[in-house]
Design a protein around this ligand. Structure first.
Ligand code: NAG
Ligand code: NAG
Length: 285
């Protein structure tokens, strides 16, 4: 039997209606190409889902300053949000997680439902990793602050979330991105930014101990080193206790979900099917 035009039409409407678009924001030194597998996973379990991977600041351009990237991503994502009256999901990898956080805090009328942060240095980065070696070949983590904590350094994305636990005063004074976003450096929009951020329905934090790049790996869950390089977990962070950007409120609402997965290297998070089924799939409705 042939389907009538009317029932075909209804079927189409139902499919378009069923799943919110999943917007993907890539990480440092990568781009849309690295997310083909993840897009396939999503389309396989939720046929018909739109999965736009934003093709901006790819590869070397991902080293541009983060506030600048936020503006570019905002434009592209805004256009998608406007065509999605039921809202969208944001899935942001690595450095992209910070771009998404900044975008959410500074966009008053966003309609992001779930923000999935996939192994992102949400509380900052302090570690000698391959990425660091590619950006600063001659440098050890102990001295990076000298390059990062000044006007010129802040023009490099990695410096925007470089958080040297032994240089707190310099970090607060000279980092113009992360402490501002965290609300630990006073500015006049703290309240408004908190409200904007709290428009999300759910925050999903994914990361794990074998990541190898995000250092400390707990930064993917808002944990970070204290001045003795001991881990202070999310709920004991000052930005959490003072609720400077909304994290505590979100957690009290029951809307922060953590997924810790061992055995996953940094570049595998988006292409590992177990991670997808354990940590991502259930949020994409
Ligand atoms: C957090 O709150 C305490 C107590 O009210 C205050 O002394 C401190 O300056 C606050 N810190 C930040 C970063 O807002
Ligand atoms: C995939 O993820 C699981 C945990 O979710 C991990 O045990 C496994 O080692 C990972 N495999 C790869 C190739 O990353």
């Amino acid at each position: 039997m042939r389907a009538s035009p009317v029932s075909l039409f209804l079927l189409t409407v139902v499919c378009i209606d069923a799943y919110k678009p999943v917007i993907i924001v890539h990480g440092i030194l990568d781009g849309p190409k690295q997310f083909q597998t993840l897009s396939r996973y999503i389309e396989k379990v939720h046929p018909g889902t739109q999965v736009p991977v934003i093709d901006l600041y790819d590869n070397l351009a991902s080293l541009k300053p983060l506030w600048k990237q936020v503006e570019g991503f905002r434009k592209a994502i805004y256009a998608i949000m406007q065509k999605a009256p039921d809202g969208v999901h944001l899935l942001c990898f690595s450095q992209g997680g910070l771009i998404c956080r900044a975008l959410l805090s500074t966009t008053p009328d966003h309609n992001v439902d779930t923000f999935i942060s996939l192994s992102s240095p949400l509380a900052g980065q302090y570690g000698d990793t391959d990425y660091l070696k590619r950006v600063f070949p001659e440098c050890m983590k102990k001295t990076v602050y000298r390059l990062c904590y000044n006007k010129v350094g802040q023009e490099l994305s990695i410096c925007d979330y470089w958080k040297d636990p032994h240089q707190r005063t310099r970090y607060l004074k000279s980092n113009s991105f992360l402490p501002v976003l965290d609300g630990v450096k006073p500015h006049k929009s703290i309240k408004a930014w908190r409200q904007n951020f709290l428009r999300i329905k759910k925050l999903v934090l994914i990361g794990g101990p074998d990541d190898g790049v995000i250092t400390p790996w707990q930064s993917s869950h808002f944990g970070f080193y204290d001045s003795n390089e001991k881990i202070v977990e999310m709920r004991n962070q000052e930005f959490y206790k003072n609720d400077t950007f909304g994290l505590k409120t979100l957690d009290a609402r029951g809307d922060v979900s953590a997924c810790v997965q061992p055995g996953v290297k940094h570049v595998m998070w988006h292409s590992n099917f177990t991670v997808f089924t354990n940590c991502i799939e259930k949020w994409l409705t």
